[in-house]
Write a protein that binds this ligand. Sequence first.
Ligand code: MN
Length: 244
Amino acid sequence: MKRREFVTTSMLAGISTVTGNSPTFSAASKIQSKEQKSMAFTLPNLSYAHDALEPYIDKMTMEIHHGKHHAAYVTNLNNAVQNTEWEKKTLEEILSNVSKLSVAVRNNGGGHWNHSAFWNWMRPNGGGQLAGELSSAINRDFGSFDKFKEQFTQAAMTRFGSGWAWLIKQNDKLVIASTPNQDNPLMDIADVDIADVKGIPILGVDVWEHAYYLKHQNRRADYLLAWWKVVNWEEAAKRFTGAK
Ligand code: MN
């Protein structure tokens, strides 16, 4: 990883966030946009402050998870596709062809997609119950909302090591799945290397230790209890509608 390049970019991103369009920093903004232009993928901003999910997800975890871990996936993905035809493709196109690509693309492309979605699967004042079409489909396929939560939590708890648990739409059915590392259900390897996890992600939770270790140490169950309190059900419902 080109560490110096990453540090410079994130410093400039920080400056431009703080100052907006201030003319004092226009030189820095110009450098930033030039650098970003040459990169295929960029780190999305959070739509809420780093401390907005407190007390459930702590500020420092959010800062490191977004600003370091996710940023590194983006940098490494850009490096891995640089000067290849994949540089011009969408992330979804890359994931659906990932079996033909390097392990670096698989890990960092998955990492970039998963985290970009994950930030939006959480929100301040989230959690609670669910209404509408997704709620009906969950009741139909899992029996009840509580049974769904129980099964999803079980998948997240039993994912050995690092990975993700998912609610996916598979054909016309909602299914719970889990994947190792940064793999995800959109990857073409999802029904080959890993059994039965191919589908459209509706909701996902990161169970890598970096997602919870600072606050909960090894207690993944405590993290998941807290995570349910910040789930953005509107985002899940939107993805369910979009998946039709
Ligand atoms: Mn993560």
